[in-house]
Design a protein around this ligand. Structure first.
Ligand code: HEM
Length: 540
């Protein structure tokens, strides 16, 4: 090695001298200068100096060599073949959860993809999920910067897409303690029950004809969230449309999400303009709602709203609270309200639609559920939230449906904040992380007959919503887990219990229940591709 180094220095020094000589020789008029320079160059000090610079160059080369070698020695998770420029984007296809499941069967539970220019780790086993969201939760607790929330949520000022840090911590604890606490969510019981009565009325009116259950569940969840968040319903097709566009914007393809340096293309394609237009309209609407609340508070009749305080009321009070360590800016307030719509409506609506689809396709389960709710209701006109506690089969139905139809099949992307060793692999800081919760929930080594709808598997076991059992994580786990569980689960349970209690449900035009189309469509959530059109008839 030493000999080689000396030889390299000698050769470089010789070549350097030769080149200089040739270059100067070329220009005859500079001959004198050439010989002068060569003279200087041949002096012993210069020899020393140039030898030193050659050594520096060689050390630099060796360092690079060593570094490159150590990088090579790093244990990187397996990767399927990449295409030039796009990397592995083509592997996602139109059903990323299914396609990534297939890849994991070939390459193992941890795969490293390159989506455009973004290194992306995909985890597809309960063990990998446990390692990421529990053992190394702190290393994987950030979120990547994504186009839609940057525009729609005031530069990602809400919780979901905030990078990990003090701002996110304070905001999350504020929301968990003030907006989505157990007591607070219970206080909205009247709103939920009231909207369920309204939905049952719609179903009753549809008897003798058909009804689109998906649209009905959309109205139910929109009404509940808007009454709780804003104090009133989003009446009129204008706001319904705006809300639809707002939610849809989160699943629009943006080149900037894969190639940050190409985000200008999203300007050219009009995606940015469209998002800004929606954000502006939503902002104007929220401003008018906030003004309404401020004016109402001025004429303070504290309990004038019979539904109690809504989210805007609570947040405005927090804004005025000088004792709070966290100054709540107006944009943050609006981002939190928008987030409730973005995170809470489509997820709950989709879950309800899938649960109802599975009940229709599985008459045995439907019958068993109807027996349970009828027994507990004891002839009362409606099932109340208090009744739900005793409905263990209903709870199992909801959990089983969330297992087969995890609304966010890949959860929400995370990002590593530091280099970390994960199951023997080296994961670099800044790697995007996807957890295929859908694949885990259908893993045959964890679930018997995983593609069957069998609520019984959730009876008499301890799997709960808290994200402690990594084979079933529809709400995520760890620091970034969903704070909206207590908000959405009672809505799903109450809606399903009352529908199956009051009605028998069949598919129209004599379509057999087992022929119900269950094709999935991938968007912000995984939802039914076709509408769920049914006929209902009263049970008594
Ligand atoms: C069926 C209904 C719902 C499902 C399946 C669901 C699922 C999820 C999932 C998978 C995550 C990411 C967890 C992770 O990264 O580990 C999440 C985050 C979140 N969810 Fe939900 N969610 C639902 C309803 C709601 C509701 C009703 C709200 C609020 C009203 C809500 C607010 C949030 C927020 C704020 C976060 C971000 C947490 C963070 O980044 O720290 N979710 N949700």
């Amino acid at each position: 090695m030493k000999q080689e180094l000396i030889r390299v220095i000698e050769i470089h020094y010789y070549i350097f001298r030769r080149c200089l000589y040739e270059a100067l020789e070329h220009n005859k008029s500079q001959n004198l200068l050439a010989s002068k320079i060569m003279e200087i160059f041949s002096s012993s000090e210069t020899l020393l100096l140039s030898s030193f610079s050659c050594i520096v160059i060689v050390i630099f080369i060796c360092m690079k060599w060593i570094l490159f070698d150590s990088r090579n020695r790093k244990n990187i998770p397996p990767s399927p073949q990449k295409l030039p420029i796009i990397g592995n984007i083509h592997h996602l296809g139109s059903s990323p959860n299914r396609n990534l499941q297939i890849l994991s069967q070939k390459y193992g539970p941890l795969i490293l993809l390159r989506l455009g220019s973004i290194p992306t780790l995909v985890a597809s086993s309960a063990e990998a999920a446990h390692e990421i969201m529990k053992t190394h939760d702190l290393s994987f607790c950030s979120r990547p910067s994504i186009f839609a929330p940057n525009i729609l949520l005031y530069g990602s000022k809400s919780i979901v897409f905030s990078p990990y840090g003090e701002y996110w911590r304070r905001l999350k604890s504020l929301v968990v303690l003030k907006l989505l606490s157990n007591i607070r969510v219970k206080s909205y019981k009247k709103v939920r029950e009231n909207e369920i009565v309204h939905m049952i009325q719609m179903l009753r009116e549809s008897c003798g004809t058909t009804i689109d259950m998906g649209s009905m569940f959309t109205s139910l969840t929109n009404n509940i969230i808007s009454r709780i968040a804003l104090g009133r319903k989003l009446d009129g097709p204008k706001y319904q449309k705006l809300l639809r566009e707002f939610v849809d914007m989160f699943s629009v393809f943006c080149i900037g999400n894969y190639f940050p340096w190409l985000s200008w293309v999203d300007q050219v394609t009009g995606t940015v303009r469209r998002a800004k237009k929606i954000a502006k309209e939503f902002d104007e609407f929220l401003e008018s709602i906030i003004e309404e609340h401020v004016n109402k508070k001025k004429g303070e009749d504290a309990n004038s709203n019979e539904e109690g305080e809504d989210f805007v009321d609570i947040l405005l009070d927090l804004q005025k609270d000088n004792t709070s360590a966290f100054a709540l800016q107006r944009d943050t307030l609006k981002a939190l309200i928008m987030e409730a719509f973005a995170a809470g409506t489509e997820t709950t609506q989709t879950s309800l639609e899938w649960a109802m689809s599975e009940l229709i396709r599985n008459p045995r389960v439907m019958k068993k559920l109807q027996q349970e709710v009828t027994e507990i209701a004891q002839g009362r006109s409606m099932i109340s939230e208090e009744d739900l506690e005793r409905m263990s089969y209903l709870k199992a139905v909801v959990k089983e449906s969330l297992r087969l139809h995890t609304p966010f099949p890949l959860l929400l992307p995370r990002e590593s904040v530091q280099d970390v060793k994960l199951m023997g692999f080296d994961i670099a800081a800044g790697t995007q992380v996807i957890i295929n919760a859908w694949a885990i929930a259908r893993d045959p080594s964890l679930w018997e007959e995983p593609n069957e709808f069998r609520p019984e598997r959730f009876l008499n076991n301890s799997i709960n919503y808290q994200g402690l059992h990594f084979e079933w994580i529809p709400f995520g786990a760890g620091r970034r887990s969903c704070p909206g569980i207590q908000f959405s689960v009672p809505v799903m349970e109450l809606a399903l219990a009352n529908i199956v209690y009051k009605f028998d449900i069949v598919l129209p035009n004599g379509i057999k229940s087992e022929d119900l189309d269950m094709t999935e469509a991938f968007g912000i959530t995984i939802h039914r591709k076709s509408s769920l059109i049914v006929s209902v008839s009263p049970r008594f």
